[in-house]
Write a protein that binds this ligand. Structure first.
Ligand code: BGC
Length: 724
């Protein structure tokens, strides 16, 4: 358990109180305002109201926060101005979306989560924060810990998948890594900002920003656990989401922001709105105008207003009219000031401008990017052991629109990434293979167009080569914010290209670059080898080549179910049995498609084979306050050394409330030499067995529990025990 980072030590409390006692109401609401400098930079003379408010606050030295600055010099200059102009010398806090790396871009979070390696996530988050801090940033708007069950939703790329337990572990690790509080003197400390609180991943139809309608049960069992863990891990801030929860948009939702977050969980940090989410309270239809939006948001528990200007404009009036109690403002501004003190911004908000040269793209970060990318890769299919390939091939063809592409592997939300830092797949392969191998390349087609003119040339090189690697998938802007899809197959003519290449009858390896699960059933049926390579960041090509040529044995496992068709969505492993599980007529099925996924949660192959034996449960009957240990022997029966993610699932067979068929409750990533056996032991604690029962309290209900330990959510050894 990571020690909670106390925001309000007595020293900080004292300093906050003394500042507040000297601040005017206008100064307070200025501190509660944050603006996007990038918006201003695009059109500085637009003179729109937001720009005007931002400029006014900057001039008066009252601005709480800016984000999207461009580089350390600008951050230093604006920060210096802020402090000099502020009557009480209050610094700004500079934010940025540092989602999966800064300039050293790591794999998209969905890919990183496939590593099932929280230590890796901790290290990439920490490296990203250090790079950002060297550029004057002390607040990263990450991690995104939304759970989602909908791959149509473009922001699934930014999530760590569908499972609350995995989400908890990853959230904890990410917050711990991203919050760099004791950084070197010359740099800044950094706060994390887990987001989006809450339910944003449950947008109806997978359409970004759409209505969310979830029960309190789903909210508490599935959506909130990662946030709770993030809070317990000491997250210093949280971002409220755009969406509504039970009819009330998050920034206006007292139940979410105050009852749950503050009162139940004891969160002490800053709650910032999402971008113009206060303004959107009007569009949502819960506020008749900006003044009402302002009143609702402050009363619900929103501390900082991101880029609407509404707090600055209306809060003073609302206080003067007695509609908002100033104590609410003091509490909110108190948290913002405490954050700034905690980050030592009052002591030093300037960054040595030369620091970034040694931090950004450091050798350590680039090598971490390669490590993270390799661990994110998931081997989806490998018939006839086509992979790994020998480096001594006589000839090798590489085709497809993602083969030389250095832009799309950066993935969505990589604003500070630079395509020139990216190793393309073709370059990764070139660096790997023997100089004697004849390497042939042709693009074939591009990602989205309907143009087949390049097919002939591409198929000619396929025909000429011993083996072909085809790089296909999505561009980076097909996932991420605002980029939902209604079809989840390969776009454009890529399917046709792959099918034509396979038809030539030579060995073909398909490498997928995508920001979400795809529904490529046809590919699974036709290709012998499929490598899921997501959008892997700057070391994409090297990492994929490491896997293709056997320098790294893939170990990634999917954290989001791959459906067979869009019609199956939402499809997730954590499903319930229903009264009529899939079977014959009048069962929960489709007449025109199977109910099974293309690839289940937790799935991923290796170049070696792992065998599971001897499931032993320490006791067949325990009391509700006891733990039970579950062990299993795993043997590497193949001829390669390899890593395996051993997964433990629990099912409560009969409870006062219907339970999922399986819930992930433990996992362990182990390394096994060829031929080696290891015993993995999990401890299943009462909190793993507890459910929110029919009377809404968390309890371990007596009865039988099933345990499954295996290599994915569908295969494993099963045992049972009873809770008395
Ligand atoms: C996104 C957030 C992001 C914010 C600031 C919003 O549109 O939903 O995830 O942190 O913009 O860029």
């Amino acid at each position: 358990m990571i020690a909670k980072k106390n925001l309000f030590s007595s020293e900080i409390k004292e300093k906050v109180q003394s500042l507040i006692s000297e601040m005017t109401l206008e100064e307070k609401v200025g501190q509660m305002s944050q603006f996007d400098w990038g918006f201003h930079a695009i059109n500085p003379d637009a003179g729109g109201e937001i720009n005007l408010i931002m400029k006014e606050l900057l001039d008066k030295g009252m601005l709480g926060s800016l984000f999207n600055l461009s580089g350390v010099e600008q951050a230093n200059t604006l920060q210096q101005q802020a402090i000099e102009r502020s009557r009480l010398g209050i610094p700004m806090i500079v934010g940025r979306d540092v989602i999966h790396g800064y300039r050293s871009v790591f794999p998209i979070p969905l890919a990183q989560s496939a590593s099932w390696n929280p230590d890796l996530i901790r290290r990439t988050a920490s490296a990203a924060s250090k790079e950002a801090a060297s550029d004057g940033i002390s607040w990263v708007f990450a991690p995104m810990i939304d759970i989602t069950r909908d791959p149509r939703w473009g922001r699934i790329a930014e999530t760590m998948g569908e499972d609350p337990h995995l989400g908890e572990i990853m959230a904890e690790a990410w917050v711990d890594g991203a919050e760099v509080l004791d950084s070197a003197n010359e740099s800044l400390s950094v706060a994390s900002c887990p987001k989006h609180f809450a339910g944003y991943g449950f947008a109806e139809s997978g359409r970004d920003y759409n209505t969310v309608d979830v029960s309190d049960r789903v909210l508490r069992e599935v959506i909130l656990p990662p946030f709770r863990k993030a809070v317990d891990a000491g997250a210093l801030s949280i971002m409220a989401s755009f969406n509504e929860v039970n009819g009330v948009p998050a920034c206006a939702n007292h139940y979410l922001l105050t009852t749950i977050l503050r009162e139940e969980w004891g969160f002490e940090g800053v709650l910032v709105s999402d971008y113009n989410a206060l303004g959107e309270l009007i569009t949502h239809g819960v506020a008749k105008d900006a003044e009402e939006a302002c009143e609702i948001a402050i009363k619900a528990g929103t501390d900082m207003d991101m880029h609407s200007g509404i707090y600055y404009k209306y809060l003073p009036k609302l206080v003067q009219e007695g509609r908002v109690d100033e104590s609410l403002i003091d509490a909110a501004v108190g948290r913002i000031l405490a954050l700034k003190i905690k980050l030592k911004l009052f002591d030093n908000a300037q960054v040595n401008p030369d620091l970034n040269q040694s931090v950004i793209l450091s050798e350590e970060h680039v090598s971490l990017a390669r490590e993270a990318a390799r661990e994110s890769i998931v081997l989806l299919k490998n018939d006839n052991d086509t992979l790994p390939l020998t480096k001594q091939l006589k000839s090798l063809a590489v085709i497809g629109p993602l083969a030389t592409n250095i832009n799309d592997p950066l993935g969505c939300w990589a604003a500070d990434g630079n395509p020139d830092d990216v190793v393309s797949l073709l370059d990764g392969i070139k660096a790997k293979i023997s100089p004697d191998t004849e390497l042939l390349y042709a693009e074939g087609c591009d990602i989205e167009s309907e143009d087949e003119n390049g097919f002939e040339q591409a198929l000619a090189v396929v025909a000429q080569a011993d083996v072909t690697i085809i790089a296909v998938g999505e561009s980076k802007i097909m996932s991420g914010e605002g980029n939902s899809r209604s079809e989840l197959d390969l776009p454009g003519k890529q399917r046709e290209l792959v099918e034509a290449a396979i038809k030539l009858g030579k060995p073909v390896v398909v490498v997928l670059f995508n920001g979400r699960p795809l529904t490529t059933v046809w590919l699974d049926e036709k290709a012998t080898s499929i490598v899921e390579a997501w959008h892997l960041g700057i070391q994409s090509g090297n990492a994929i080549a490491d896997v293709l040529f056997g320098d790294y044995n893939p170990s990634g496992k999917l954290t989001a179910t791959f459906p067979r068709s869009v019609g199956q969505i939402p499809l997730y492993y954590y499903r319930k049995n229903t009264g009529r599980p899939p079977g014959g007529v009048y069962s929960s099925r489709y007449v025109d498609a199977p109910v099974q996924p293309l690839y289940p949660f937790g799935y991923g192959l290796s170049y070696t084979k792992f065998e599971y034996n001897n499931l032993v449960i320490s006791s067949t009957s325990i009391s509700s306050s006891d733990s039970v240990s579950v062990s299993v022997d795993i043997t590497n029966t193949g001829s390669y050394n390899g890593d395996e993610v051993v997964q433990l699932y629990i099912r409560d067979l009969a409870a006062s409330v219907t339970q999922p068929l399986k819930k992930l409750k433990g996992f362990s990533k182990i390394s096994l030499l060829a031929g080696e056996t290891k015993t993995v032991t999990f401890t299943v604690t009462p909190s793993d067995l507890a459910i929110i029962g029919v009377n809404n309290s968390l309890t371990v209900e007596p009865g039988s529990f099933q345990v499954m330990v295996g290599s994915n959510s569908e295969d494993g050894l099963i045992g049972e025990f009873v809770v008395r």
